[in-house]
Structure formats: C-alpha cells, structure tokens
Design a protein around this ligand. Structure first.
Ligand code: SF4
Ligand code: SF4
Length: 752
C-alpha cells in the first residue's frame, strides 16, 4: 500500500512534564514526519484529531508516541486497513525515570530520559516505514465440521456443545458403545447441595442426547487412522478399532524415534518418509478436532510392599468401582492413597483431587452395602476442592469411615484377609489394620502419555512433541490458554488434559468445543488463534534463497511446516500461531511477517543513536518477550519503579523469534551489550510458544562463540529468564547486566 504517515505525540499522563516535546518532534522529523501533539491522545478529542488526518489527508500509517502498546489498543485502532505503530514513552520513559542521586542529578536524569524517548520515537518511525499491512491468509476451501475423538463424558459433552452451537459433528469412539469409563460407575459425586449424597449416573441421558442430535454422527468401534491437513482443511481417515492401516504410526513413539522422524531420518523401508506426511486422498473433511480420549489408570505394581498383583484382594480404585457396581463390596476395606514406605510424603503418580474423592465415594459404598462395614482411608494428602469439601466432611461424619494421615509400610496376607501395617502420623503410632480388601489409589494418566500419537500426517511426526515438559499432557500452555495443544486445531479436554471430576469435565469439554469452533472461524477469517488471536499476519518465505536446511521445520513448536517433495518447507498457515520461531531459526533470514521481520527489527536497532565517545552513555539493547518480560517492564513502570536509562527495549513475539543477526546489528551499531529477556523454562516453563526462551538460550551459546572469534567478550550478550509477575525484580536483572558490561568497558567497535 502507498503509505501516508501521521505521527502524534501525547503530552498527557506525565509525558509532557518528563520530556521535551520539541526534542521528540525533532526525532520524528529526522524520519520525514511532522508530528502533532495533544494533551490526551487517547481522549475523544485526541482520536478525532488523528481521525481527521485519516479522513482528510489520507493518513493510513499512524505513529502514536504515547503509552505502552499493551494498553489503549481499542482507542488507537483506526481500522484493519490502517497501520498503527506505538512508541512507548509513558511506561518506557516517563513513568520509569531513574532515581535522582548525587552522582546523577536531576538534569542528567532528564537528559538521559530525553535521549531514550527520542530513540523510541525514531524506532517507531522506522518501524512504521518497514511495516506492511497484513493480508490474512485464506484457504481455498474451508470445512467447519468438528471431529470429536472419544465418546466418554468429555467427548459427549464437546459433541453436544458444538452441535448446539450449530456445528456439524462426528464423534468417534474406539469401544463398541458410547459412554467411556462412566459406564462402569456405580454412583457419581454429589453435584448439588448438601453435597454429601452420591448420585445416580447420568451417562445414559448424555448418550441418548448425543444419539438423538441430528447434527451429530456417531461412529463407535472407530479410531483415527490418519489426520492430515490443517485447521479448516483437515483430511481424516477413520478405521475400525484395532485394525492396522498403512498410515499407522508406531503405537508408542519414543523421544528418540520422534526426534528421528522430525529430522526426517526415520525412513520406512517400504514407503519412506512419505509414510509420515502423506494424506489419504479418500479422507473425510473436518475443520477442527476435539481430543477427548481420556485417561488410563496408572500401574501400581511397582510398589511391591503393597502386594498389588501378588496378593488377592489388593485392587486398584478402578477395579474396585467395577466390583462395587457388581455388588461385591467387602465389609472392611482400606483405601491407600499414598505408597508410603520410602516414598514418604509422595502420593501415587498422577494422583489428584479426583482420586481423593473416589476414595471417599468408594468408602461410602462400603457403608451402603454393609451395615457394620468399615472403610479406612489412609492418606498423605486429601484434596477436595470447592463444594467437595462438604462431601469430605460428610464422610468424616460417617461412623464407619475412618480417615487418617498414615505412612503405609506394608500389606500382607493374614488369617484369610489382609494386614495393613502403617505408621499413623497423627497419633505417631505403629498400627496394623485387618481388612478384607485393600484399594490402591491408582492415578489418572492422560492417554497422550503412553500413546502420544494421533497419527498426524505432519513433517514433525505423527505425535505431540515435547510431552515431557508437561508430564505427558499435550497442552501448549496450561495456564494462559487451556485446551490448545501443541498442534493448532486439536483441542484437548477432560482427562487427557488434566485429572478432573465429571462436572469439571463437562465445563472443560464445553470450553474445548468452543475453542474448536473459534479455530475454524479464525481460519475462515485468516487470523491466528491463541495466544496472538486475531493476528492477520503469517510467515512468508522467500524460497528462492532457501537452502533447505530444515531448521524452521524442525523448530516450529506447532508443526506448522511440512516439506514439499523437494524438501523445501511447505507452510500450513492455519496451523501457525505466529510466534516467529521459524524466523528466528532461519540462517538465510528469508522468513518474515508483513509486520514483524528481520529487516524491520534490525532497522529499529540501527535507528538508535549511539554516542561514539561518551563512556557515561553506553547503550544496551533489550529484546523483551511480549508475553512476560515486556508486561513485567510495564507493570514496574506503573508502580513508578526506575528503569535503567541506558537501555532501549524492543518487544519480540517470543524469544524464539530472535534472529541472531539483530545482536550483530546492535553490536555493529556500537551498542555495548544485548540482553534477551524471556520467560522461564525447564520446570518453571511458562513459554506461550512451548520453548522459545529455551531455544534462544541455546542460540545465545552459539553467538557467544561468534563474538569471541570477533574479539568481543561473550558476556556482552546474555539471556535472562523473568516471569510476568517479577516486575519488582526486572529492574535489578537489567541493572546487573548493565553493570557487568560497564565493567568490560565500551564496545571496542564503537564508532567504526
Ligand atoms: S510463526 Fe511459529 S508457528 Fe508459525 S510457522 Fe513459524 S515457527 Fe511455526
Ligand atoms: S530455515 Fe530458512 S533456509 Fe532453512 S529450510 Fe527454513 S526457510 Fe529454508
């Protein structure tokens, strides 16, 4: 588009008091812009001033020098056909002024702040010049039908919710009938006041409602053989349960095997790598997939002292439910919630609030079926969230149910029954219980843990990757965007996503159904789903210069890139979450978005004025992840916490999108250090794009070697992890880095 620029400087919110507006105007005019100022740009009058320029002068690219780009988004939205760029003068400068000290008096603080603000204006002007209006990607044909995998409570609910919202749905179930594990339940947890009474199962009504819905096609004894394509254009092949097809991926794809597939090294002797990427031409069309394949009970046989598999009448909670439904509940039962012995405080793996509540429910069966029955619940932790606390109290008030915190040391056969030896940690006594049966609280393992594959026809392989980050759960981010798996368009709910009770499952499945609908609607509009929902940009490739190195295809956290028959990346834009990791990975720098690309950020870096000969004015580039670090900086500013005046911050979509050439750009411009601020990884993993900051950390190790070879100290570049709520620490993190580099002295290439 032919651009007509309009630049505007806000003098409100303390900006006018902290900064010299004439100086800012000068910085904009260096870039050919003649900014107007206003005392409150976000006010009706301020926006009318901008709108008048749009209407009367044809301005279509607006540079707003005011508050953080994270706020006032609606106020400064002048329509999808306009570009708006923001310079963060308020949080970035005026609200985060350095503290006046004896060493740095008021004049110096003001001078430094002014220089920072002018750089931000220059950077915004350059950004405006380098930004193009995104043109949303449109699929040639789009299908909005939803496939629900799994016919238990989660799948039934998701199917009904999507159908009620007007979607066409196909629900598949591997077993020969709908219902899943709920078919085997004797009773359900309480769902209403007084929250103490077990309820009759409602699964039959749920099945009937699904079977009666004209929008839902039910296919039992059916599994997925193959899922190819992308959101809005999935091609799915179904098969009878248990049968093999040529598309079948290995049942269990281990980390090494998955890695081999993803690197294109695992070639099937008959069909080659195409086995993993080819789509069945006769497949069915779907727009999105709801993964509701549930959970499986954990194996508890490793705890030899508890006798499972060796002693009769030592069963799991899942087995006990079946016995209870058949009316075979003995009179004295011990429910062991934690393995005890050497495990100390630990519960069984994948135990949770549901396994606590199941023990309470099953203890009630003992009392229901035996007038003199006794149930002993031996726990390290009981978890009964929300109204289930009343259920817990009800069980405590039951004369025949005994709850105690205990470390079980062994179970053995004795006198035709079982003896449970334990240390009662409340009474601090060794106790032996004589019971008829022992029930072990086997945890709920998501089906994706042991079977990570859903037979995806993706270049990165048929399975969800990096499941170890979340103990086998397929989420891409538990907290910020539930349901989203690491395969865009596939939405997990119920036990496959998290251990949850029936009510929680119903809520969850409804949410996943809505996410699936949102996904196909977003694909229809050509915009991204979470976390950049509504983003109309997508990565574009200049393939003429592609060396087919495959770094982009391997590093894309969402498997959005396949290969074509020659090995060149084959983008699937509706799978893409717009993180830019591919852009950061590409050594040829041929991947970019219309509004976020290597040249744009590099040019912004080069727009910063770096004094050649003033040792007090070293300059530091900070690339801050827009999801954690940048909000933390803003929050610090809102609390008026000082920010180092020598830094210049550029928000990036994810540290994974950091192309290392930006570091070279900064250092060759004479800047003295470069700091990458990303989210936490490892056990504290928080990345919205799975492992962007971890990837950046690895790339930084390589850049350190490069700097060393150029005679620059590797310490001039660093990556630090910061959580969104660490606004009180982020200033110190930055200052520490700045001090370390100041110790090294100025960049020796400054001025060259
Ligand atoms: S932007 Fe992110 S999700 Fe999209 S193709 Fe690149 S790496 Fe994959
Ligand atoms: S990273 Fe760049 S050069 Fe390598 S395959 Fe991808 S687009 Fe081509």
């Amino acid at each position: 588009m032919d651009k007509k620029y309009g630049a505007y400087i806000c003098t409100g919110c303390g900006i006018g008091e902290a900064l010299d507006i004439e100086g800012l105007t000068g910085a904009a005019s260096e870039n050919g812009m003649a900014p107007k100022s206003h005392e409150a740009l976000c006010s009706a009058a301020g926006r009318e001033m901008i709108q008048a320029d749009i209407d009367n002068d044809g301005v279509n690219t607006v540079v707003v020098c005011a508050c953080s780009p994270r706020v006032m988004k609606n106020e400064f939205n002048f329509g999808d056909d306009k570009i708006t760029i923001r310079a963060n003068l308020r949080e970035g400068v005026a609200w985060s002024l350095e503290t006046v000290t004896e060493a740095r008096g008021e004049d110096v603080v003001k001078e430094y702040a002014q220089e920072k603000a002018q750089d931000y204006v220059r950077m915004a002007c350059v950004q405006a010049k380098k930004t193009e209006l995104p043109v949303p990607f449109q699929l040639e044909t789009l299908n909005k039908k939803i496939l629900v995998m799994g016919g238990g409570i989660a799948g039934l609910t998701a199917a009904k919710a999507a159908a009620d919202a007007g979607s066409e749905v196909t629900i598949i179930e591997a077993a020969d009938k709908l219902g899943g594990k709920a078919l085997g339940w004797r009773k359900q947890f309480p769902t209403k006041a007084p929250w103490t009474n077990l309820e009759e199962p409602t699964i039959a009504e749920m099945i009937a409602a699904v079977e009666a819905d004209a929008n839902i096609t039910v296919k039992t004894s059916t599994e997925v053989a193959r899922i190819g394509g992308a959101p809005g254009a999935y091609k799915v092949t179904l098969k009878p349960t248990g049968t093999k097809t040529e598309w079948d991926a290995p049942a269990k794809v281990g980390v090494d095997e998955q890695d081999a597939i993803s690197k294109g090294k695992m070639e099937d002797p008959n069909t080659g790598l195409q086995k993993y990427t080819a789509v069945d031409p006769a497949a069915e069309d779907f727009g999105a997939v709801v993964l509701a394949t549930g959970w499986n009970p954990a194996d508890v046989s490793e705890y030899e002292h508890l006798g499972y598999g060796k002693l009769d009448n030592v069963v799991t909670n899942a087995q006990f439910e079946k016995l209870a439904k058949e009316g075979k509940v003995p009179a004295n039962v011990a429910f062991i919630q934690s393995p005890g012995a050497e495990e100390n405080d630990n519960d069984f793996p994948y135990c949770n609030s549901v396994t606590s509540m199941v023990a309470l429910k099953q203890a009630c069966y003992v009392r229901e079926d035996n007038a003199e029955g006794k149930a002993y619940i031996l726990y390290q932790h009981m978890r009964t969230p929300g109204n289930m606390e009343m259920f817990y109290k009800g069980a405590q008030n039951n004369d025949g149910i005994f709850l105690t915190k205990a470390t079980v040391t062994g179970v053995e056969a004795e006198g035709g029954g079982l003896a449970v030896h334990m240390k009662d940690t409340l009474l601090n006594e060794d106790i032996t219980l004589n019971v008829d049966m022992v029930v072990l609280a086997a945890g709920m393992i998501p089906t994706t843990k042991n079977k990570p594959t859903i037979n995806l026809a993706y270049r990165q392989g048929p399975a969800f990757l990096d499941l170890d980050i979340f103990d086998g759960y397929a989420d891409s981010h538990f907290i910020c965007f539930p349901y989203e798996t690491r395969r865009t368009g596939v939405y997990a709910c119920g036990g496959v996503r998290k251990a949850m009770n029936m009510e929680e499952t119903i809520d969850d499945a409804t949410g996943a159904a809505l996410k699936a609908i949102q996904c196909v609607e977003s694909a229809d509009r050509g915009v991204a789903v979470h976390p950049r929902s509504g983003d109309g940009s997508y990565p574009e490739f200049f393939f003429q210069r592609c060396t087919q190195c495959k770094r982009c295809t391997e590093e894309c956290p969402f498997g959005a890139l396949d290969d074509d028959e020659k090995g060149t990346p084959l983008p699937n834009p509706t799978r893409c979450r717009r993180c830019g990791t591919c852009m950061g990975a590409c050594p040829e720098r041929i991947i970019g978005f219309k509004n976020y690309n290597v040249d744009m950020i590099g040019s912004m870096v080069k727009a910063i004025e770096v004094p050649d000969d003033d040792e007090d004015k070293l300059r530091f580039m900070v690339f801050a992840c827009e999801n954690d670090a940048y909000p933390a900086l803003d929050m610090a500013a809102m609390r008026k916490l000082p920010q180092n005046a020598l830094i210049r911050v550029i928000p990036v979509r994810c540290l994974g999108s950091m192309n290392m050439v930006w570091i070279k750009d900064a250092l060759s411009s004479g800047m003295d250090g470069v700091l990458l601020l990303g989210c936490k990884f490892g056990d504290d993993y928080q990345c919205h794009f799975v492992k962007g900051s971890e990837i950046a950390d690895k790339r930084m190790a390589n850049i350190g070697e490069t700097l060393g070879s150029l005679g620059l100290e590797p310490e001039r570049c660093a990556a630090r992890q910061v959580a969104i709520n660490e606004y009180d620490k982020i200033g110190d993190i930055i200052n520490e880095f700045v001090e370390e580099v100041i110790e090294l002295g100025p960049n020796p290439f400054k001025g060259f």
